[in-house]
Design a protein around this ligand. Structure first.
Ligand SMILES: [Fe+2]
Length: 358
């Protein structure tokens, strides 16, 4: 039961008739309550501000502020206040109004003291339960918020670890091939820049970046002899290489948190005119992230050294890509890429030198 530091429950009696006030005060004091009294609504509000009152016993008919008007004002000062109304026999309507406004119960005059004692205990018990409930709810709410945040953090950590592990695999794969070294990181950065340029949200831009890092992970399943072959591929070998988009999306499939990243990896060799693989999607059927990866990958292939070609300058690479816009590459993506390259003059890549050493 709420009490002051001495353990005594503080009760306020509000009645304009002094004999009633004194009788109630005396009775409640006998019940071991610390009793304050007020002869008017105004005085009651002062007492409520001054003390930590748990229960208010309140007459309805008083000159000045009536009991009906006092109830909401009292609750504003002391939201946890239990209020018992004292009403005349013929005033059930006002009593009901007080209950609506937050009073807990009412007693009809003349009051039997035994009834009053029970009603006071009942009201205080109810107040205590309400308080406990409120604390429990508050605690639960905080607990749920904390646990949810913890879970969220844990999940994000696991997600980051799973992506980082896969990126490490990609790096290991690329490290074997001097021409491919750094390819995924470059495609990732360029793709993210294109994604931003075409107006994707920050979250989507980050998805495109991760997709870029992982887009060729399926090459883990490509035979080394084919992967490292310097000349043109036979039709069979080309079919084998094409599998990397399917293998890649299969590797990523269990990581459900990757969401659209998986379809981007699967679709990065689709072509705008529908002649790409693996699904022969065309135009806007191809996910935007996949269209961006496809363009960035071609740009990267043209602008870095390969066994079979000298690297092109950014301007030359963009010129070459212009011929592919509308057939291989989404024209919108091409425009974005051309704008970026034009704006930067030259794109600075993370690791241009992979092939130069050999
Ligand atoms: Fe690829």
């Amino acid at each position: 039961m709420a009490a002051d530091s001495s353990g005594t429950v503080q009760v306020l009696v509000v009645d304009d008739e002094e004999p009633i006030r004194n009788a109630l005060k005396k009775f409640l004091a006998q019940q071991q309550f610390e009793v304050y009294a007020a002869g008017s609504g105004e005085e009651a509000l002062q007492q409520l501000r001054r003390h930590r009152i748990s229960l208010m016993l309140c007459d309805i008919r008083m000159p000045g502020t009536s009991g009906v008007d006092l109830v909401p004002q009292a609750i504003e000062i002391e939201p946890e206040l239990a209020i018992l109304m004292l009403t005349a026999v013929n005033d059930a309507t006002s009593a009901a109004l007080c209950m609506q406004r937050g009073a807990m119960d009412y007693l009809t005059k003349p009051i039997e003291l035994a009834d009053l004692g029970r009603a006071v205990q009942r009201a205080l018990k109810r107040r205590e339960m309400l308080l406990e409930n409120r604390h429990l709810n508050q605690w639960l709410k905080e607990e749920v918020t904390t646990r949810t945040a913890e879970l969220h953090r844990e999940r994000q950590k696991l997600e980051r670890i799973s992506v980082a592990t896969l990126e490490a695999l990609v790096n290991a794969l690329e490290a074997k091939d001097p021409y491919m070294r750094g390819h995924s990181a470059r495609v990732a950065d360029l793709s993210a820049t294109i994604a931003h340029q075409v107006g994707l949200s920050d979250e989507e831009v980050e998805q495109v970046r991760v997709a870029g890092r992982l887009h060729d992970i399926g090459k883990i399943g490509t035979r080394e002899a084919v992967l490292n072959k310097e000349g043109a591929l036979t039709p069979d070998e080309f079919e084998h290489v094409k599998q990397h988009v399917l293998i890649g999306s299969q590797i990523l499939a269990p990581l459900v948190h990757l969401g659209d990243i998986i379809s981007a990896v699967r679709g990065h060799h689709e072509r705008w005119d529908g002649t790409g693989y693996p699904d022969g999607l065309r135009g806007e059927q191809i996910p935007m992230a996949a269209r961006i990866l496809g363009a960035a990958e071609v740009y990267d292939a043209l602008s870095t050294s390969r066994a079979y070609q000298e690297k092109l300058t950014p301007e030359q690479a963009i010129q070459r890509l212009a011929d592919l816009s509308g057939t291989v590459i989404d024209p919108t993506v091409y425009d974005a890429l051309a704008t970026i390259v034009g704006r930067r003059g030259t794109l600075v890549f993370l690791d241009e030198g992979g092939g130069a050493a050999t």
